[in-house]
Design a protein around this ligand. Sequence first.
Ligand code: FAD
Length: 642
Amino acid sequence: MTQLERQQWDVVVVGAGGAGLRAAIEARERGARTAVICKSLFGKAHTVMAEGGIAASMGNVNSGDNWQVHFRDTMRGGKFLNQWRMAELHAREAPERVWELETWGALFDRTADGRISQRNFGGHEYPRLAHVGDRTGLELIRTLQQKIVSLQQEDKKEFGDYEARLKVFQECTVTRVLKEDERVSGAFCYERESGRFFVLEAPAVVLATGGIGKSFKVTSNSWEYTGDGHALALLAGAPLLNMEFVQFHPTGMVWPPSVKGILVTESVRGDGGVLRNSDGKRFMFDYVPDVFKEKYAESEEEGDRWYEDPDHNRRPPELLPRDEVARAINAEVKAGRGTPHGGVFLDVSTRMPAEVIRRRLPSMYHQFKELADVDITAEAMEVGPTCHYVMGGIAVESDTAAARGVPGLFAAGEVAGGMHGSNRLGGNSLSDLLVFGRRAGLHAAEYATSLAARPAVDEIQIDTAAAEALRPFSAEAPEDGSPVENPYTLHQELQQAMNDLVGIIRREGEMHQALRKLAELRMRARRAGVEGHRQFNPGWHLALDLRNMLLVSECVARAALERTESRGGHTREDWPGMDRAWRRVNLLCHLADPTEGLAPPDSERGQIRLVREETDPIRADLLSLFEKEELVKYLAEEELYE
Ligand code: FAD
């Protein structure tokens, strides 16, 4: 039996980004003793990188905005594949969550009359993103962190212990969710610095671990994005939803190579930045798809007028949803009209005075100056698509954020699926974190405190989790002469394969090739070995993360192969159109054999089984928010009839 420290909590929140912290605050305020555990330092989650803002229909800059318009934009952005109840809750509750954040101390930029300022972003009909320059995520995390500290101070007064009801375990990783029968019983964890194992026993676990971008070579995502929560849910028996939908943000840096993929915020275009090809042409006017034709300007003049007079002009096509802009850039570069470093030009220098650029886009100004020696107040940036966000994720109940099929498991934030359909609108993630983080915390606390008896932690599961975590230290070369594998090499090969074969434009043959490569990597990953000790050992951490990245990558590749249409963040060269019949289909990824766990090491058999499921019909009052002519473009024949 593995000897290790155990602690008892009511709710364990895995992840200290926006979703995790908001969940933890809610759970603690609902009376649950709550532990938060995260891989990085407290306050350093991926959310701090969020730049542009939080989408919420407060109507501060254009009073025409309201939750119904936000709902409509979100559904259009997701090409109607969104879990509509989530999109409804999100649109209704986002303003309250932003105002709440302000009461907790967030200092948003203001309008001239002193209200929270809101900026334009792709796919949003009105200026809707509350922001703090281009450092909104940092302010969001700072505020939530401050709220947590204030709750801990309350506990100190009441119990003499800051951590009596809310404790943060920083620089720790969860490798397994533990269960008794079907129900959650806790989490198996290790300290990254010392390698020490410990168990957090709890009847409710909230997964808020973010995304999967580190499986792709060119990405805007941080080192934490190894798909851990997605994999933890799968391994615990919960399905993942629509994993084929991966967002490639249109504007990442393309040069120099060391910074390729780093994000160039959409605010640049929201504030007037224009995209041009190497001929100097504003090419986006050639790429407005039929479903959006009526809503976007037909000429540069009209697009430019919109910034001053949005009520009488249509928005420029640079502000189309991200999937459309990313595909257009990809096509321009492919057609030989790209920049010297394989991107297109994004120019804000001819659109705003230098001091306004430095004030409104301070991070972008410094990012380009320091990393590429480009002064964006005087010259154009070179940009191209970068893997940015995963719309697919853990299948959850819309109202409660409960993961399907595993009582006690909840999920919120980027790790959860459904909310954004096939494509997320900019700004809708930060609001998603707050709306569903709160809901997850609330329902996890209610669930945990209502149980008559707590599920017990199974000793065998602890032993198995410990053995699994230690395996890289005893990896041996097999007798056939194959080498012990280096986790860094495996990771690089995985990133290259996903980028090249399951990237922004997908083809059937290449995805089969990807699945074969993933099977090979999975077998080699079983021989991934590391040297040294458990004390801070990045090679060991990566060896453990590989299990998660391989599982999640297989989900993306299998689902992308199955969906024979192009929609949102999933573009098939061999199936270029959106097919209305596919709107009714969700693809669920399950672990192939949950009783057996992962496939045997020597097997080429996949680990993921795909199940098709019919989507819920959209509620009639929500459908009535759209014109009939628009619905005809999206809904399946039988849905229209109904
Ligand atoms: P995160 O903030 O990533 O937090 C995940 C947490 O889980 C971390 O604390 C991590 O350490 C922890 N974790 C992960 N695995 C484990 C494990 N195994 N054990 C323990 N802990 C674990 N969205 C917007 O709405 N507006 C924007 O302006 C915007 N700008 C962006 C700019 C950039 C550069 C990027 C990359 C994204 C941007 N996004 C934006 C998207 C948005 O930032 C993310 O989707 C969002 O922050 C995700 O938050 P989260 O709480 O789900 O996860």
